[in-house]
Design a binder for this molecule. Structure first.
Ligand code: PRP
Ligand code: GUN
Length: 183
């Protein structure tokens, strides 16, 4: 595979880099208003949320802190394994902190559901969730997601942090892969 032509593997672009950045700028205005005096701790879920964490927190103008967790719910394929494991825990004690979980995508909601119950047991002052993309199946899950970038159809997408077998995270746009890539 030639890394300089990764965009050729997309059949359909759902959101361009420009559309993603414009939406993040809008969301940052809202988040700045909510968190302006709260020194929010943004928790990114590795690896996918690296891009959205970097861009969202730089669109914000209030003080924020960043920490990371790694949680694995997928193997290298396109289906949820249903297995959720903590691969890396936080460096920060979140007791009495205002916490904003930052996700790239919510699909089945399995990852988020596990993460939220785990974080709530640490007694933060508040806990909200922001995701760049959300799929329809997330509605089957009772975890409330307050900040959603875009609701997208139930298709496997790559780009902007979202991978297929570890690749395509560095694509700036988000789209669906051509069948020849994974068949
Ligand atoms: O709502 P769900 O069905 O649980 O899926 C969402 C999760 O899947 C992806 O992570 P993944 O496990 O692929 O790891 P990655 O971020 O390293 O790509 C994504 O970043 C979410 O964390
Ligand atoms: N890359 C990628 N990871 C996911 N995890 C859950 N849904 C998706 C998706 O559509 N694409």
């Amino acid at each position: 595979m030639d890394a300089s032509h990764i965009a050729d593997d997309l059949t359909h672009v759902l959101y361009t880099d420009a559309q993603i950045q414009a939406r993040l700028a809008e969301m940052a205005v809202e988040l700045d208003e909510v968190y302006k005096d709260k020194n929010v701790l943004m928790i990114g879920v590795l690896n996918g949320a690296v891009m959205v964490m970097a861009d969202l927190s730089r669109h914000m103008t209030s003080h924020v802190e960043n920490d990371w967790m790694a949680i694995s719910s997928y193997g290298s394929g396109t289906q949820s394994s249903g297995v959720v494991r903590i691969l890396k825990d936080l460096n920060t004690d979140i007791h009495d902190r205002h916490v904003l979980v930052v996700e790239d995508i919510i699909d089945t909601g399995l990852t988020l559901s596990y993460l939220i119950s785990n974080l709530l047991s640490r007694e933060p002052a508040s806990l909200e969730v922001m995701t760049m993309f959300r799929k329809p199946d997330a509605a089957n899950n009772d975890v409330e997601v307050k900040y959603v970038g875009f609701d997208i159809p139930n298709e496997f997408v790559v780009g902007y942090g979202l991978d297929f077998a570890g690749k395509y995270r560095n694509l700036r746009d988000v789209g669906t892969l051509a069948p020849h890539v994974y068949s």
